[in-house]
Design a protein around this ligand. Structure first.
Ligand SMILES: NC(=O)NCCC(=O)O
Ligand SMILES: [Zn+2]
Ligand SMILES: [Zn+2]
Length: 483
């Protein structure tokens, strides 16, 4: 059974042109004029783009004494509803737990996924077992390793562990990811704020000023450079962190930054809302920032110093958030966004002229497919690529509302926002999952995407590090070792 998408305009990260797309056996079989297939999807007035890839989700994640409410079923359904056809989640070992054991736990969660997925592996502690198992993790096709520089006493790793792990990741041909906030300073500021009677959700923002992110981002960049590993900084929320990334990239360091759709479109005023629930529902780390920081993030996407827009989808219900009444440090950190990332970015990015449609494709799909070494299987409209596609109607409108969303939580941080630009069709490996704007996806359709280590950037960085490695100076008559 073949599908042909007709009458649309293909938009990729670098090209815009009119053509039909023929899909067979889950992949793109032909691109051209006057193609025909068993089923025809009409893309008149629409753009045919690579489906979105969200490289930062936490589905059914054990965190802060509870589990995030969206699992792989509701989370991937929400993704497809918004035009995202792949998610990358984090396998998270608890302290002392082996990596392969944690991976098994994540494998047990994914059976109901509606779209394709992959994992990053989190390094939450350090020891010989972790060092040894990292190789097996890479052989399983998981080549990106996340490190938390925050959440002291829980997930946080110290600098010596960071350096040891970064070196190991570099040697294995992977990339290092960091949640960059200075966890020691956050812990100290949090304790002080609580002691002074600052117990509400706004204190979460006070406890994590931009400096804690800027400092940690800069530290991670320097440690990664010394370790010889490419670095991906997740949820870059402020100029302080962006500035460190921008500078590093200008120096030729292999660093990428990932702003979230929430940080691009919502600001810190949310935390001053007199309704405790409203403010707590928006507690995440890093917190929302002011407009100057938002401008910096948009400029980064425009200029290329920031590469990817993600969600960090980690949704908690209002009841779960309420465990933090009287102590903001107990509010589960995280917000949703999987269904809204693409429409919100199109509305606030493309419709305002901040981004071109091609830049939109780059930051929602193609760039991360390249960074994670899965391009052009993913992130491309090319013959042979997976038919993960979104037929995007730039004129379609809706108002975001928890009442109509796919996510299982009882609110939406974008509630009431009007968006213009929505999927008419979303296809996941050639199967229609959104039809005429209505979700019609298939539980269990999603497959794991394995990734190869030693991508282009790893090879280039390794060659450079080898060329510039410290070498002993040979001196006549002086032996290299002691006598
Ligand atoms: N971001 C957040 O607040 N929660 C999810 C876990 C993380 O990414 O730090
Ligand atoms: Zn994080
Ligand atoms: Zn996260």
């Amino acid at each position: 059974m073949t599908i042909v998408i007709k009458n649309g305009t293909i938009v990729t990260a670098d090209l815009t042109y009119k053509a039909d797309v023929l899909i067979e056996d889950g992949t793109i079989a032909a691109i051209g004029e006057n193609l025909s297939g068993d089923e025809q999807l009409d893309a008149t007035g629409c753009l045919i783009m690579p489906g979105g890839i969200d490289p930062h989700t936490h589905l059914e994640m054990p965190f802060m004494g509870t589990y995030s409410a969206d699992d792989f079923e509701s989370g991937t359904r929400a993704a497809l509803a918004g035009g995202t056809t792949m998610v990358v989640d984090f396998a998270l070992p608890s302290p002392g737990q082996g990596l392969l054991d944690a991976l098994q736990m994540w494998d047990n969660k994914v059976g109901r996924a509606h779209c394709d997925f992959s994992y990053h592996m989190a390094i939450t502690w350090w020891g010989q077992q972790v060092f040894d198992e990292m190789e097996a993790v890479v052989k399983r096709g998981i080549t990106s390793f996340k490190h938390f520089m925050a959440y002291k006493g829980a997930l946080m790793v110290n600098d010596d562990e960071l350096f040891a792990s970064f070196r190991r990741v570099g040697d294995l041909g992977g990339i290092a990811l960091v949640h960059a906030e200075n966890g020691d300073v956050v812990a100290e500021l949090s304790a002080r704020l609580l002691a002074e009677g600052n117990t509400g959700p706004e204190a979460h923002a006070y406890s994590r000023p931009p400096q804690v992110e800027g400092e940690a981002t800069n530290r991670a960049i320097m440690v990664a450079d010394m370790a010889g590993v490419p670095l991906y900084v997740v949820h870059t929320s402020c100029e302080d962190s962006h500035e460190a990334i921008r500078r590093a990239r200008a120096q030729g360091k292999r660093v990428w930054g990932e702003p979230l759709i929430q940080h691009l479109t919502l600001d810190e005023s949310e935390y001053f809302n007199p309704d405790w629930d409203h403010a707590a529902r928006r507690v995440m780390s890093p917190p929302f920032r002011n407009k100057l920081h938002q401008d910096s993030l948009w400029a980064g996407l425009q200029s290329g110093s920031l590469s990817v827009v993600a969600t960090d989808h980690c949704a908690f219900t209002t009841d779960q958030k309420r465990t933090g009444i009287g102590d903001f440090t107990k509010i589960p950190n995280g917000t949703g966004g999987l269904e809204d990332r693409m429409p919100m970015l199109w509305t606030h990015g493309v419709n305002t002229g901040r981004l071109t449609p091609n830049e939109f494709v780059a930051v929602t799909s193609t760039n991360i497919a390249k960074i994670l070494n899965m391009y052009p299987k993913k992130g491309a409209v090319l013959v042979g690529a997976d038919a993960d596609l979104v037929v995007w109607d730039p004129e379609a409108e809706k108002t975001i509302s928890a009442g109509t969303q796919q996510s299982s939580i009882d609110y939406n941080v974008f509630e009431g926002q009007k968006v213009k630009g929505l999927p008419r069709y979303t296809l996941t490996r050639g199967v229609v999952a959104v039809r005429e704007g209505k979700v019609d996806s298939h539980e269990g359709h999603g497959e794991f995407v394995a990734r190869e280590p030693r991508g282009n950037v790893n090879r280039a960085l390794s060659a450079w590090k080898e060329l510039t490695a410290p070498r002993p100076v040979a001196r006549a008559g002086i032996p290299a070792t002691g006598v």
